[in-house]
Design a protein around this ligand. Structure first.
Ligand SMILES: Cc1cc2nc3c(=O)[nH]c(=O)nc-3n(C[C@H](O)[C@H](O)[C@H](O)COP(=O)(O)O)c2cc1C
Length: 323
């Protein structure tokens, strides 16, 4: 299947694996890229820019296909050395970068100056438009269903994707709530050039995640996510677990401050949960697509299934017209 996205980045299938903290390592990115999608390393998963360089090198030993690096810019009291991570990405000769988060201008300018392709992920039409004005090459638009940060507008993909498609002229990926061939075809029908998936890729054999967490994604249904940090205008969608239940309970108190939940939500604790399968250790980030996850295939099996299902549906739909 050829779309503006597959042509732009040079992949077989119009499917990207979005940046994922603690998960976007070489095993994950290479498996997706080898399966014909666009895999992505997640820069801030690596403690230093040099460690990111080493991971990019490692990923190259595992695939000769294109892969991207995600750089997530989040508000932080002690921000990571973004410019140094950026330099590591540029120096390593990576061709595609996924940016996410606030105020990407400086990063976009630098990446574009060195000829990288920038896919900017955002959660609203107005941010998509401003990213296009900034000169990014593609947009990834994340609906309310998504894992991670859906923004504060609460507009699901069924409306957000066509609303963005109506005004964005560059290639666009639909993100949030995608995991099967039905979703891919729907995204194309809504005006996207492909899909970006996070949660679905966590439940694959190659994802560097403990089996107990993969099983959680199978066991949880579409209702089993929580929206945390709403009160602090930095909403995050996570899987329902004992930890996120507790975060919701504490946050509901009238006088709750961020410091009350901080010990539960640290990135370091999330890492422990993902790596050890101890669901009481920290947050597990996941989206509503959990409700459609029922197995743990390899990335190759998953992408082949998505593509063949999408083609079968499109044939069935085309037949409707002939009657
Ligand atoms: C475990 C996990 C960690 C994530 N971490 C990041 C991140 O560090 N930066 C980012 O831009 N997006 C992050 N995301 C969001 C994904 O890149 C993607 O936009 C989102 O998962 C799409 O929604 P879906 O999960 O419904 O497919 C994360 C998602 C998951 C599931």
């Amino acid at each position: 299947m050829k779309t503006r996205f597959t042509e732009m980045v040079g992949v077989e299938h119009p499917i990207m694996q979005g940046g994922m903290m603690w998960v976007g390592r070489a095993e994950m990115a290479a498996a997706v890229s080898n399966a014909g999608g666009l895999g992505t390393l997640t820069a801030l998963t690596f403690p230093t820019p040099d460690a990111l360089r080493a991971e990019i090198d490692r990923c190259r030993t595992m695939t000769d296909k294109p892969f991207a690096v995600n750089l997530t810019i989040l508000p932080s009291v002690t921000p990571p050395p973004y410019a140094e991570y950026r330099k590591a990405i540029i120096d390593s000769g990576v061709k595609v970068v996924e940016t996410a988060g606030s105020k990407p201008q400086e990063h976009v300018d630098d990446f574009k100056g060195y000829g990288l392709q920038v896919i900017h992920k955002c959660t609203s039409v107005r941010h998509a438009k401003s990213a296009e004005r900034m000169g990014v090459d593609a947009i990834s638009i994340d609906g309310f269903e998504c894992a991670g940060h859906p923004g504060e507008d609460d507009v699901p993909g069924l409306v957000l994707i066509p609303a963005a498609a109506d005004v964005v002229t560059i290639p666009m990926l639909a993100s949030g709530g995608f995991g099967d061939g039905r979703g891919l075809l729907a995204a194309l029908a809504l005006g996207a050039d492909g899909i970006n998936m996070g949660t679905r890729f966590c439940a694959t054999r190659e994802a560097p995640i403990h089996d107990a967490v993969k099983q959680l994604l199978i066991d949880n249904d579409e209702r089993a996510t929580h929206l945390i940090f709403r009160k602090f205008h930095n909403t995050g969608r996570v899987a329902k677990t004992p930890v996120s239940d507790q975060v919701i309970e504490i946050s509901a108190r009238d006088d709750a401050a961020f410091s009350d939940i901080q010990p539960l939500v640290s990135g370091a604790k999330g890492r422990v949960a993902v790596e050890t399968g101890d669901l009481a250790a920290g947050l597990i980030w996941a989206g509503q697509i959990q409700g459609l996850i029922r197995d743990i295939p390899s990335c190759k099996e998953l992408l082949e299934r998505i593509m063949s299902d999408a083609k079968a549906i499109s044939t069935r739909l085309a037949a409707l017209n002939s009657h």
